[in-house]
Write a protein that binds this ligand. Structure first.
Ligand SMILES: *Cc1c(COP(=O)(O)O)cnc(C)c1O
Length: 432
């Protein structure tokens, strides 16, 4: 926990080698620490709420492998179930009862989902759901919100948050104009703006896709009435409402944001938590819409490893752990303590900040706020965030290496972990 003992020699060696082998040295951009500067630490192992790096430093982790680790890393019950599944083979490429088990759990939990299709990532789920929206409505245009990230498919790489926000790419080269020509961008929490887009395109919009609680532009909750308003507008124009709950599903409530806010979309995408740390995504929704998906219907979508027994097993065990009584109360309790603690320290130390939390998801922007959308979020003091991030890292606290990412807690985080985190934050924020 002391800064004097913090050395990262081995991390630096490994990352320097990685830079010659892989673009930017990483398998996914945000991991490279580009937006906070300095080099990333290289992990050796993870357990519960903790990370050990290759130099032997350990950290309290608030990234949780970007969401899946809601029960804590390497939960013994998940690992034991995986060991057992492993002995029976890693991939069948054929039906297995495990798919039925996880599908039933998802259908029981998520209000909008009557049928579900498993895929291998959140990106894949969002890509497929757009195709399905278009297939069902016979319309091509979709509305997304600036700052919302729905994976890296061409038509969704418009004003996307997450790594795209961090790298400051408004778009990506290689995405043809034609791929995004039917993607209309609105401002999050601006219902009037969405109405105007519908009025201008009354018969052309297949649907609206959004993060019901934004996590990929930092943590931004929906204003009262925003989700309800979208539900009404989409109904009025015979258009579909899609919640991308890849991040929020089974995290901000067992049934996701749609349970929490009582607004039921037509279709939902899932990922992260439902894979329990293995690669899984899913999309699901109304039976009449899902019946269009091949081979039940004509909309083609497939996957060699989709529904594989290892991923299904990790997902099933993770959801079983989340079903235990008191789970979400615990997550809310520790996250409240962390979030309110951080904001109080910011205030005490004279650092303008705003933020909040819902269940096991939180965020803090270095701006007085309020933050209702991505434009507001961009007013954050990014230099200050970088210094805060570095100071916390040196004190054994691993935060997402970007101001435009939400933070995650898990069932493995203890009261003492939060105390240690707040003590570190007090030291760091006093010296910003
Ligand atoms: C992470 C994320 C995705 C993409 O999922 P991958 O598994 O990284 O492809 C899509 N939508 C949201 C809301 C996400 O948070």
């Amino acid at each position: 926990m002391t800064t004097t003992s913090f050395t990262t020699t081995k991390s630096e060696e490994i990352f320097s080698a990685a830079l010659k082998l892989m673009p930017g040295g990483v398998s996914s951009p945000v991991r490279a620490f580009k937006s906070v500067g300095g080099q990333p630490i290289v992990f050796d192992r993870v357990k519960d709420a903790y990370i050990w790096d290759v130099d032997g430093n350990h950290y309290i982790d608030y990234v949780g492998t970007w969401g899946p680790a809601i029960c804590g890393h390497a939960h013994p019950e998940v690992i034991a179930a995986l060991h057992e599944a492993l002995e029976k083979g890693t991939s069948f490429g054929a039906p297995s009862v495990l798919e039925n088990v996880l599908a039933s759990m998802v259908i029981d939990a998520v209000p909008s989902i009557e049928m579900v299709r498993f895929v291998n990532s959140g990106t894949e789920a969002c890509m497929a759901v757009i195709r399905l929206m278009r297939a069902f409505t016979g319309r091509d245009k979709i509305i997304k919100f600036s700052g919302c990230y729905h994976g890296h498919a061409d038509m969704l790489l418009v004003q996307a948050g997450s790594g795209v926000a961090t790298l400051g790419l408004p778009d990506s080269p290689g995405v043809p104009q034609s791929a995004t020509a039917n993607t209309l961008t609105a401002t999050y929490n601006d219902l009037e703006g969405v109405k105007a887009i519908f009025e201008a395109n009354p018969n052309d919009i297949a649907g609206v896709i959004l993060e019901p609680v934004v996590g990929n532009a930092g943590f931004i909750p929906p204003d009262a009435g925003f989700l309800e308003g979208l539900r009404l507008i989409t109904k009025e124009y015979n258009s579909l409402l899609v919640f991308d709950e890849v991040m929020t599903g089974f995290r901000i409530a067992y049934g996701g944001a749609q349970e929490k806010f009582g607004v039921t979309p037509d279709l939902t995408t899932l990922g992260k938590v439902i894979g329990g740390g293995l690669p899984v995504g899913a999309y699901g929704g109304r039976k009449d819409i899902m019946s269009l998906v091949a081979p039940a219907g004509p909309m083609y979508q497939a996957g060699t490893l989709s529904g594989n027994p290892l991923a299904m097993t990790a997902g099933i065990k993770t959801l079983e752990l989340l079903q235990k009584p008191g789970t979400y109360e615990y997550l809310a309790k520790i996250t409240k303590k962390l979030s309110e603690g951080l904001l109080a320290i910011a205030k005490e130390t004279g650092n303008p900040a705003c933020g909040g939390y819902i269940s096991a998801m939180f965020g803090m922007f270095f701006t007085g706020g309020p933050v209702h959308n991505y434009e507001d979020a961009k007013k954050s003091d990014l230099t200050k965030f970088s210094r805060f991030h570095r100071g916390m890292l040196e004190r054994g606290i691993y935060l997402a290496p970007s101001q435009f990412e939400a933070g995650f807690t898990s069932l493995a985080h203890t009261d003492e972990d939060i105390d240690r985190t707040l003590a570190a934050a007090k030291e760091v924020m006093s010296s910003l």
